[in-house]
Ligand binder design. Structure first.
Ligand code: SF4
Ligand code: SF4
Length: 356
């Protein structure tokens, strides 16, 4: 039977709940994603976005994005708002550096999410010269598992090369993210050692949920026992301390709260995180469903939307339905991550109930 959070954990959850409520009330923008392209040079099996090798949606011109940045700048301390370029594969754009330099000039720290395929020495130097301060790079296991997931024969080799380049850089923050699935699960311990040897200091792990195309591919999904083992693995190796490991933000984890992440679960979408999508839509996180989009930069002022929209993000009482309606963890979980709520209003997954 599932062990419910004990008294000490409940006290911590209560304390964090009040912090979360305050954060939702003041909703300070701290993270802004820009989905700067839907083009991609890989064809990942687990991709949840609408990316394609030749996307129908053209890239948003950098000046359109910078116009929004100029709307935001007077209302925030730019040094406190991290801007992350996401895609698609962001390095397919050749104006990232130009746009990044403009962000730096305005005082915003910025970074990228990349598959590493185009992150050569020269490109990294030019990104760094434009003020890039953070990189998130995917590495989904050893060669066979990674290339299978990314459906690209050189993906692993290029990502490893890029990681070796990043390991030389002491001034920027960077992390490896790994999506755990049936192909890489059995090698996780060895893979951790491999990352440590390469000089990786920060490793974020996630697991997939039966949503969209993932639902039809059992090799992508962990069973509940494996999912629980993954949480134990993270907890154990966080204590070991050779590498800083974090579980992704996307679900409430009951007794594992405070032990597998740096902070207790909070879906920050719409509370401190916003996104500008490739077509100009304003959303919480890049992967939240269309029904939760709040406006569009081509017709709305971003700050008006940020200040007056996002109501479903900041008050999640509407999520108290279905399996969540009589759940005694709702006060801490609030119906899990926003990105898990489908356009049909259904919640396909509960992390807490998966834990054995
Ligand atoms: S049933 Fe709903 S509220 Fe309860 S833990 Fe699961 S997702 Fe969260
Ligand atoms: S929507 Fe999902 S990915 Fe975004 S902050 Fe919430 S839980 Fe995390």
């Amino acid at each position: 039977m599932k062990k419910r959070p004990g008294l000490r954990k409940r006290l911590a959850l209560e304390l964090f709940r009040s912090i979360r409520k305050k954060r939702a009330k003041i909703h300070e923008l701290r993270t802004l994603f820009w989905e700067c392209t839907l083009r991609c040079n890989q064809d990942c099996r687990h991709c949840g976005s609408n990316c394609h090798q030749s996307a129908r949606q053209p890239d948003m011109p950098a000046e359109d994005f910078l116009k929004v940045i100029d709307e935001i700048t007077p209302h925030v301390d730019p040094h406190q708002v991290v801007i992350t370029f996401t895609g698609g594969e962001v390095l397919l754009r050749d104006d990232i550096e130009e746009c990044g330099s403009e962000l730096r000039r305005r005082g915003f720290p910025w970074g990228i999410v990349t598959n590493g395929l185009l992150l050569t020495h020269e490109r990294l130097d030019s990104l760094l010269a434009s003020g890039m301060q953070s990189v998130t790079i995917n590495l989904d296991g050893f060669e066979e598992a990674h290339n299978w997931l990314h459906r690209h024969p050189e993906s692993f080799e290029q990502a490893v090369n890029a990681i070796c380049l990043l390991a030389e850089e002491k001034k920027i923050k960077w992390e490896v993210v790994t999506c755990v699935n049936q192909r890489n699960f059995k090698d996780l311990m060895l893979f951790k050692e491999f990352l440590v040897e390469m000089g990786v200091n920060n490793w974020r792990l996630s697991s997939l949920l039966p949503v969209g195309n993932v639902a039809n591919n059992p090799e992508l999904l962990l069973d509940d026992e494996q999912f629980t083992w993954l949480l134990r693995f993270i907890r154990h190796y966080r204590r070991e301390g050779k590498i800083h490991i974090d579980f992704a933000c996307d679900g409430f984890l009951g007794n594992y709260e405070g032990e597998v992440r740096d902070q207790i679960f909070q879906c920050s979408a719409g509370i401190s995180t916003a996104s500008i999508l490739a077509d100009g839509s304003i959303s919480g996180c890049p992967n939240t469903q269309a029904k939760f989009r709040q406006g569009n930069i081509y017709k709305d002022n971003f700050m008006d939307v940020w200040n007056n929209g996002f109501k479903e993000y900041r008050n999640r009482e509407w999520a108290r339905k279905g399996a969540c309606s009589d759940c005694d963890m709702f006060r801490y979980c609030e119906g899990n991550g926003m990105h898990l709520h489908g356009d049909d209003g259904k919640l396909p997954a509960c992390h807490y109930k998966r834990i054995q």
